[in-house]
Ligand binder design. Structure first.
Ligand code: GLP
Length: 242
């Protein structure tokens, strides 16, 4: 696991965008695992610019997102589908058949989750899995205590995650308490993993992760210690306690 402090928020975001761009540009049929959250906005902004400036052929690109809120309408302004369309899919003209987010309705939940993992297994491995991190060390929506062999499934969000996510919702009552998340085992099946952490609020969890010698299920991001190709990209604010 390599920890890389790139100084500014912009340089860290651009590094990640460039790595993803290179994969898409030079490996025509790229499979990407995508993440949402405030952290990723500048990554997608730069990635879109690079793909457009270089006239990259994206017709064979296919993506799988990490998570989606349970039972939130796909067109809700806070759904991860809306986020992805706004920041990436619509901007580069991806077709519906090219992007996948976990099915988040209440019908056939287990079957749909198994099908999501199976699709990743059959098409995969994902060339790059992009990750953010929660203040409690969650990746995707795999909260502390999640077994490292977990697959895509319905999860209950913790109080701290619900509180952190509430900043995006107008009314606290509207903040979803459940989500469908790609499992840790599914994440670890990717060829390469890039975790981006930006800002002061991620400094404590990053210092903790940096000090860990062995994985611990209470810190989901520590599962990455078992993977051989992981970069943890930070800005100065996140790296300040390291
Ligand atoms: C949510 C997402 C995570 C993301 C985290 C951090 O919990 N499910 O995938 O990493 O938020 O989000 P932000 O980048 O807004 O801090």
């Amino acid at each position: 696991m390599r920890f890389i402090n790139l100084g500014s928020r912009q340089d860290a975001s651009h590094y990640v965008a460039i790595e993803m761009f290179k994969e898409i540009h030079y490996n025509k049929c790229t499979l990407l695992g995508l993440a949402t959250g405030g952290t990723m906005k500048d990554v997608y902004l730069k990635l879109v610019e690079l793909l457009q400036v270089n006239h990259t052929d994206i017709s064979c690109l296919e993506t799988f997102n990490l998570d989606e809120y349970f039972m939130l309408d796909k067109n809700d302004p806070n759904s991860y589908m809306t986020y992805m369309k706004q920041h990436l899919f619509d901007k580069i003209g991806m077709k519906e058949s090219q992007f996948h987010l976990p099915d988040n309705d209440e019908i056939d939940v287990e079957e749909d989750n198994e099908a999501y993992d199976q699709a990743i297994r059959e098409k995969g491995p994902l060339h790059i899995q992009l990750l953010g991190i929660g203040e409690n060390g969650h990746i995707g929506f795999n909260e502390p205590g999640t077994p490292f062999n977990s697959k895509t499934r319905l999860v209950d969000l913790t109080e701290t995650t619900i509180a952190a996510n509430s900043r995006y919702f107008e009314d606290e009552e509207e903040v979803p308490t459940k989500a469908i998340s790609m499992g840790i085992d599914t994440i670890l099946s990717s060829e390469r993993i890039i975790l981006l952490a930006l800002g002061e609020k991620k400094a404590e969890i990053m210092a903790k992760l940096y000090s860990m010698k062995a994985p611990d299920e209470l810190i989901p991001a520590s599962s990455l210690l078992t993977h051989k190709n992981v970069e943890i990209v930070m800005d100065n604010a996140t790296a300040r306690l390291i």
